[in-house]
Design a protein around this ligand. Sequence first.
Ligand code: FAD
Length: 508
Amino acid sequence: MKTDCDVVVVGLGPAGTLTSLLLSDSSIKVIGIDKEKEIYSLPRAVTIDDEGLRTLQRLNLENIYLENGTAIEGAYFLDDKLQKLSGMDVPANFLTSNGWMPNLMFHQPFTDALLREELLKSSCFIKLETELIEIVPIENYYIVKTLNLTNGKEDSFTAKYVVGADGASSKVRNLMEFDQEDLDYDKNWLVVDVKLKVENTLPTFAAQICDPKRICTYIPAHLPFRRWEFILLEGESKEEMLKETKIQKLISPWLRPNEYEIIRAAVYRFHSLLTTRFKKGNCFVIGDAAHQNPPFMGQGMMSGYRDALNLSWKLISVIINSLPKELLESYEEERKPHSRFVVDGSAAIGKLMSAYAEAIAKGNPSDVPQELVDRGYGSFSLPPLEKGLFYKGYSDSDSMAGSLFPQPLTMEGTMCKERLDSLLGKGFCVVSTEEVELMPYQKKFYKIINANFLVIEKSMLNENPWLNNVMSKNDIYILRPDRHIFGSTSDKITFEDLTEDLRERLSL
Ligand SMILES: Cc1cc2nc3c(=O)[nH]c(=O)nc-3n(C[C@H](O)[C@H](O)[C@H](O)COP(=O)(O)OP(=O)(O)OC[C@H]3O[C@@H](n4cnc5c(N)ncnc54)[C@H](O)[C@@H]3O)c2cc1C
């Protein structure tokens, strides 16, 4: 059956837009729909991490964030007198193994508008003011029914795959009858974004202020913007919190009313939810449709970006490179546990703030559960993907399967001269320090999966400690298109073992 498109992306927020761009970059026929005409005009996400920037770099779009962003200088838990309890410094010019700063503060209306421009320039067919109303599965394709919100007319088209990127109240998730698991954080917070009218004198680090009277968050958003988040106390109403005089009082320790303009104040329910399934048939959910978390970790949109890349390369492999459809099963297997870590970890930061505040009220700020401190800033790092398309099916610390391979860089002192992910290509890649000799059947297999072979030069290893560290552990790495390590050779694992396992997992 010839369908109107390969993939319909429902919802063109950050997750749906990135997915559409990644797919169309590989010549996949995409229809993208959104019920709104314009992008959401107010900031929600304020940070992008190194992995997010690396993903944007694939499309040469990292400047969208870099030109509208400011690197963060640290993130701390502070007491009611603004003294540090715990946290992390971020040294200037620090680059992670992904080749970017750990976190960049940005102004979402600017970045979303630029992403929308890119989307409209791409080969995707975009239908705005078009609401999804139904998805009808027919053997190996879907009829997607929509409502044109400008004239009230119903329309339909066919697609082989459906990607639900339609946010927290996802229609796709509801139509697929996916339940949501509650991961135990559910509180109302007031979020206030201001535009400074005066030169900034406020801190350039993020702070979770654990004041027993009211916990709150301060975010040094991209200038001239600043954000505060205040928990609602027992008995406080939404209406009361949104009064200008109340907001001015809450912000008064930092700024006088004539020093800022409130650009947005809203009471949000910060809650932790994870959908029970990420996939049914050829229909997937990504982004906030799949997981929602309190914003304390700054990872909500990032989780959506990880979903977008994980699902896109698999769809590209199946649709363009004709790899077997079973590959798509690993989307849920890989993304669900990782999303759970982020949802859980975000809630843990909220719980740590409350625990510090209680301990301060009792006069002993260090009397907080160690298990929560261990999940605060500077104490956790995002885990590798646990299981999925990896050697023997699991992540492994020796072979580094499940972890991201470092970005090759050239450096000038501590400054990065060139980011060279493009050397890895956009498909599978075999990385080594010496040429890998292939047997004829291996040659054939790597040709089918369109793999790239990269021999890393010594000079690059000398300049890049991350890469040097990885390449000194094991000799040959097989990378997946999303730069996650499939597996590597060791005393016990030969290149032949790796190739055979990958071949079996791809059913080739
Ligand atoms: C206060 C706050 C602070 C945050 N801070 C951060 C942060 O610092 N870092 C971070 O990474 N994340 C942060 N987040 C989370 C982040 O904003 C979200 O995770 C992200 O915006 C979700 O993107 P999305 O594309 O999945 O969904 P959305 O942006 O919600 O997009 C969904 C789209 O689907 C469309 N849609 C919905 N239903 C339909 C339908 N039936 N038919 C057609 N279209 C439909 C909508 O119009 C919308 O455009 C924060 C969130 C909040 C609320």
